[in-house]
Design a protein. Sequence first.
Lengths: 112, 113
Amino acid sequence: GEDVEQSLFLSVREGDSSVINCTYTDSSSTYLYWYKQEPGAGLQLLTYIFSNMDMKQDQRLTVLLNKKDKHLSLRIADTQTGDSAIYFCAESMDTGGFKTIFGAGTRLFVKA
Amino acid sequence: NAGVTQTPKFQVLKTGQSMTLQCAQDMNHNSMYWYRQDPGMGLRLIYYSASEGTTDKGEVPNGYNVSRLNKREFSLRLESAAPSQTSVYFCASSEASRQETQYFGPGTRLLVL
């Protein structure tokens, strides 16, 4: 069945790079997403990548996709305390309509 | 342009009480969704509406009903609340295009005693 898995916690020091990893099972994914959830708020889209791309860079964010291993990662360069949040990986699939599956989220702690 | 709005923000219910969570979007999106978020379990889809006039069950529909009142509004009803329904509920909407970014509301925190 479809599943998206992420580790639950990551702790980094301010100024270091953070790498949040995600694995997914469905090979028919069309787009893969990273969402950010700050405390007490809903999810907001950070970035997404089309499934035929290997990499996407957007300022401090780099998304890497290894389609063979079904592995997605989000790298945040120069991590700041404001980056502390929960990061959700998600995949969408064309199943006749479109269906999106979310991972459980990785809580990023940034230590000053 | 408020995006996705949800009411109420917080609610405390007793077991067996009923309530309706309201959601509205002003982005002219076709699709709308209701999720619940529980610690360590991420987001689980309760119900969704691919377009006005249609609703479908998601992963965890038991104990809930929905109404797609019009293109803007999608409500979630708990007919007889149970402690297991204590959760944070998020409404979301999307254009239902191939690149399906979902836009989320701020959430409703529900406690069932």
